[in-house]
Design a binder for this molecule. Sequence first.
Ligand SMILES: *[C@@H]1O[C@H](CO)[C@@H](O)[C@H](O)[C@H]1NC(C)=O
Ligand SMILES: *[C@@H]1O[C@H](CO)[C@@H](O)[C@H](O)[C@H]1NC(C)=O
Ligand SMILES: *[C@@H]1O[C@H](CO)[C@@H](O)[C@H](O)[C@H]1NC(C)=O
Ligand SMILES: *[C@@H]1O[C@H](CO)[C@@H](O)[C@H](O)[C@H]1NC(C)=O
Ligand SMILES: *[C@@H]1O[C@H](CO)[C@@H](O)[C@H](O)[C@H]1NC(C)=O
Ligand SMILES: *[C@@H]1O[C@H](CO)[C@@H](O)[C@H](O)[C@H]1NC(C)=O
Length: 232
Amino acid sequence: MRLSLFLTLALTALIEAHSIIVYPGWRGNNLITNDTFPYGMQWMYPCGGIGTTRNRTYWPTTGGAVSFQPGWFRGHLTAQLQINLGYGTDGPDGGPPNMSNIMVKPFMLQGPTNNPYPGTVCLPQVPLPAGANVSAGDRATIQVVELAQHGAALYSCVDIIFAEPGDPRIPIVNETNCFNSTQFGFAQIYTITTQEPILDVVSSTTSDAESLRKYSWAGWLPLVAGAMWMAL
Ligand SMILES: *[C@@H]1O[C@H](CO)[C@@H](O)[C@H](O)[C@H]1NC(C)=O
Ligand SMILES: *[C@@H]1O[C@H](CO)[C@@H](O)[C@H](O)[C@H]1NC(C)=O
Ligand SMILES: *[C@@H]1O[C@H](CO)[C@@H](O)[C@H](O)[C@H]1NC(C)=O
Ligand SMILES: *[C@@H]1O[C@H](CO)[C@@H](O)[C@H](O)[C@H]1NC(C)=O
Ligand SMILES: *[C@@H]1O[C@H](CO)[C@@H](O)[C@H](O)[C@H]1NC(C)=O
Ligand SMILES: *[C@@H]1O[C@H](CO)[C@@H](O)[C@H](O)[C@H]1NC(C)=O
């Protein structure tokens, strides 16, 4: 009890001083649970319940640092972390049309406890997504995803404007805003295939409307669901 009170106080102090995405910036405080967000804002896809911001921050065209605090909620004794990018302003609310461009593939964070905990994770050189072609002045949104042990995910975003490396408008990265707390461990994620997919159904039907009709919608549902998931 006393420990959790202490932790709450410590976290409250941190809230005053920090944000969830410490670097390069944050859309704003989404650590809120109220009647509009009964489960908590930060669990809302794609950006934790906060719309696109006007106060964009500058970030290098060659990729750069992303630093964040992963421990604000319960359920993250281990957490899967991923960073994505959405391009441009053609999507909802003047943000990107999707967040489907992967910058950092999922990796595992090993936290100190399943309760909320303080601490910072710093990725000093997050690359642009594969095939990216950005110029200074282009707009984009960086999304940090944190998948909890129980399968739900926290989302936080920062809206950026790309700038040439060395541009003075890019906020400085140093050991104050970008460091790994020592109580964190990290792990890579592997998968082992237990059954290969059988692909000839797809390849023989996608080009052939007649044979496509032979398959009931039920059979196609997983594919449709998969396509919708991709669109996210
Ligand atoms: C943008 O403004 C909001 C609201 O004042 C603030 O919480 C947020 O940290 C700001 N973001 C940046 C990148 O300055
Ligand atoms: C809940 O918090 C959000 C973010 O501050 C706010 O936009 C919304 O109006 C709040 N809802 C209620 C019912 O207070
Ligand atoms: C990159 O984008 C610029 C303009 O936005 C375009 O002129 C150029 O051809 C693109 N390069 C590649 C490799 O797509
Ligand atoms: C890092 O940069 C920030 C902002 O410029 C500054 O307030 C802080 O003192 C710097 N920390 C170090 C260790 O230089
Ligand atoms: C923090 O840990 C991650 C994962 O091991 C690593 O990629 C990153 O370089 C570390 N950051 C710093 C500042 O050393
Ligand atoms: C995501 O949006 C980009 C434009 O930013 C578009 O080129 C791409 O096809 C979209 N991806 C998906 C899976 O919808």
